[in-house]
Design a protein around this ligand. Structure first.
Ligand code: NCD
Ligand code: ZN
Length: 343
């Protein structure tokens, strides 16, 4: 097949940052996705509706004028989040979920949740309001191996939250392991987003031939057996698994550093990458539902009406893109990419 047209997709996990960086990040997403779940982990986290609405307006200001892009906002859970805060969130038409970052798990998570058990009243309120709980599913204990942190989080925390609040919609964000896939399959009202990097690469992509900082993200890339489990989940037509890029821009300087930041910037070629992945699996017939139906259905939002077309035609992403006053190195830069979005 040389060409495929699908309903316009949505990105169910995205970081666009803030300030001048928005002008660099938002257009990449808005040119292909109709909507995106905007992660709240700013340097000053988005902890209430007022902040979410102000952030949404800044994102809209950075959206090219001829494009109708709808940023779907989320709140950042902290030790101080209240039931009242959740009620307000669920009453806002622009706030669609709340995100649990275990404190210290990833970029800008230091103000996240340090004692998850204390948040149970909040989870109960979210269950009542049917406000989805998005989870960065990794423990932060220094004695847990970084490759085991997702599985241990599922066993120690996510399973008990899941059992205690059976009607709460939960998204296990950026799932990376076979255990995460099994967990999601085993429970109702449970879904996972899958990123291009975790579908394309195993952990060799971090270390073989030298350290590859632009493939470093959290949760970290895992063994090939896990990648295979993710591929099977993505291409099986199971509505519990849908698209979420986790595109997470950091400047070139912050990535190519003696202590480099976690996050892959994939927004420049998101649908191109997913299409390549599904094509390689002979599963292009499953791409549309994964990209454009299952996420909307889970969030109880209407499916998009517009369409996009991808054509099979090789191209290369540049070495870098401008990013505010800095630059950013895109994922799979200067390597052959198979698909392009038709104008
Ligand atoms: C994300 C970021 O940089 O904001 N980084 C990442 O490695 N994925 C945060 C996150 O989603 O963990
Ligand atoms: Zn993320």
């Amino acid at each position: 097949m040389k060409e495929i047209s699908i309903t316009q997709p949505d990105d169910w996990h995205l970081h666009v940052r803030d300030g001048a960086a928005l002008l660099s990040s938002v257009p990449f997403t808005a040119r292909q996705f109709k909507r995106a779940i905007i992660m709240p982990n700013l340097a000053k986290p988005v902890v209430n509706v007022e902040m979410a609405l102000a952030y949404r307006n800044r994102i809209l200001d950075a959206t090219p004028q001829n494009i109708m892009f709808d940023p779907l906002m989320t709140l950042y859970l902290t030790n101080k989040t209240s039931r009242e805060g959740i009620k307000q969130a669920s009453q806002s038409k622009h706030v669609h979920a709340a995100k649990l970052y275990p404190a210290g798990a990833t970029t800008n998570s230091d103000k996240g949740v340090s004692k998850i058990d204390d948040l149970w009243p909040v989870f109960e309120q979210m269950e009542i309001e049917q406000l989805p709980l998005l989870v960065h599913a990794e423990v932060t204990d220094t004695d847990i191996d970084i490759f085991d942190r997702e599985q241990v989080f599922i066993d120690l925390h996510l399973s008990s939250i899941r059992e205690a609040f059976p009607e709460l919609p939960i998204v296990l964000e950026h799932a990376t392991t076979a255990q995460a896939v099994e967990f999601v399959k085993n429970y109702k009202h449970t879904a996972a987003t899958l990123t291009p990097q975790h579908l394309l690469f195993n952990r060799n992509a971090l270390l073989v031939g030298g350290i590859q900082p632009h493939n470093y993200c959290l949760p970290i890339l895992k063994r090939e057996t896990h990648r295979e489990a993710l591929i099977t989940a993505a291409t099986s037509g199971d509505p519990k698994f849908f698209l979420g890029t986790d595109s997470a821009p950091h400047t070139k300087q912050a990535k190519e550093n003696s202590c480099g930041c976690a996050g892959c910037f994939t927004a420049h070629a998101a649908m191109e990458l997913y299409t390549e992945i599904f094509d390689a699996e002979d599963a292009l017939d499953k791409l549309e539902a994964f990209s454009s139906f299952y996420g909307a259905d889970f969030y109880r939002l209407p499916r998009n009406k517009s369409t996009i077309t991808l054509i099979k035609k090789e191209w290369q992403a540049p070495k870098s893109y401008p990013f505010a006053e800095h630059s950013i190195v895109p994922f799979r830069h200067e390597q052959a990419l198979q698909w392009q979005i038709a104008d």
